[in-house]
Design a binder for this molecule. Structure first.
Ligand code: NAG
Ligand code: NAG
Length: 323
């Protein structure tokens, strides 16, 4: 349930919330020469997204100005991107990211798709909401997908966007799904990609986990191995993302964060996107997975990888270290 998920976040609603007091504090932090970045980041990372929306509305009432515009005017660079991300309602944030992802290119999009997959596989109701308010997000997301990509990749994205994934486990079809996947890939000369798209695009995460187990018993391969061998390009990346998300969402995001920071240069867009969008959802689980999978904690990796107010804000979203 949503309450259960919320309790796994590191960012929680402030118990002593006073939107007027917060709006005034933010106004003061930006008034006159110079900006008190510390007040801004301490305050905004200690409020839930819906509280931030209340602060924004109160700010408008009290000062006749748009809080986000004011913040943009005062801040810059990655720190500004992070703060604006925090101020954006979750749905609009996901839609913006998804649209940008799709627009950039199919290849880049595949690296971004967990933002959409997250929506699609696990927040179906959000997606339905996207459709419900498609007047606000005028040009249809599906149009974007259809316009910019092609073939099986496009077909899979469109199925995912339709968010008609089946519910629960269909015990009767676990074995046959595994069998059909085996026949479509490893047992075939060439690959029937459509079968992979249909099964991985339509079945629930719980069902897919059972299918992966059955597939392993049947073929001796992990699903990921077969996908890597049997498919290629953006389709392969998207299918792998579906499998990873079906297996474990926190593990997927832990891995995404790790590779965003590993090596020379940080992928700040990805880092910001995941830290902002998961902070109220499952950052505790992501941290635990991160610690389990990699040699250092998420906290210490962020600490070593970035600097200044940007780092401070990211560390607050991370919410603590894991020994
Ligand atoms: C909220 O803050 C404002 C401004 O600081 C203050 O005037 C008001 O009394 C506060 N309201 C409550 C309920 O504490
Ligand atoms: C699943 O995906 C395919 C496209 O590959 C679609 O044609 C089909 O109707 C979808 N639904 C079900 C229940 O399989």
């Amino acid at each position: 349930s949503s309450t259960l998920q919320a309790s796994r976040g590191t960012v929680k609603a402030s118990g002593n919330f006073n939107a007027s007091a917060d709006a005034e504090a933010l106004y003061k932090s930006m008034k006159g020469l110079g900006t008190d970045e510390d007040t801004i980041l301490q305050l905004l990372t200690a409020r839930s997204n819906s509280q931030r929306q209340e602060i924004k509305a109160t700010y408008k009432t009290l000062f006749g100005k748009d809080l986000v515009d004011d913040l943009k005017g005062e801040l810059g660079g990655k720190f500004e991107t992070l703060i604006v991300g925090l101020m954006t309602p979750p749905l609009a944030y996901d839609v913006t990211l998804l649209r940008n992802a799709i627009k950039v290119s199919a290849a880049v999009a595949s690296g971004w798709t967990c933002s959409s997959l997250k929506l699609i596989l696990f927040f179906k109701k959000t997606l339905k909401f996207v459709h419900a308010c498609s007047s606000e997000y005028d040009d249809d997301l599906e149009e974007d997908v259809s316009g910019d990509t092609s073939g099986h990749f496009k077909r899979l994205l469109v199925i995912l966007l339709q968010a008609n994934r089946q519910k629960g486990i269909q015990e009767g079809t676990v074995e046959s799904d595994a069998q059909v996947l085996f026949q479509a890939g490893e047992k075939k000369f060439g690959t029937d990609e459509q079968t992979f798209v249909t099964i991985l695009g339509n079945r629930s995460a719980e069902h897919l986990r059972k299918v992966f187990d059955a597939y392993m018993k049947l073929s001796g391969y992990e699903m990921e191995e077969s996908i890597k061998r049997e498919t290629s390009g953006p389709l392969r990346d998207l299918l792998l993302a579906v499998v990873k998300c079906a297996r474990s969402v926190p593990a997927y995001f832990a891995e995404t964060l790790y590779y965003a920071m590993k090596g020379a240069g940080t992928d700040d867009e990805t880092l910001i996107r995941v830290m902002v969008s998961r902070s109220e959802v499952d950052m505790m689980d992501i941290r635990a997975e991160f610690r389990r999978m990699f040699p250092s904690s998420l906290f210490s990796m962020i600490k070593g990888d970035t600097g200044g107010d940007y780092r401070k804000a990211l560390l607050l979203l991370c919410g603590g270290d894991d020994a």
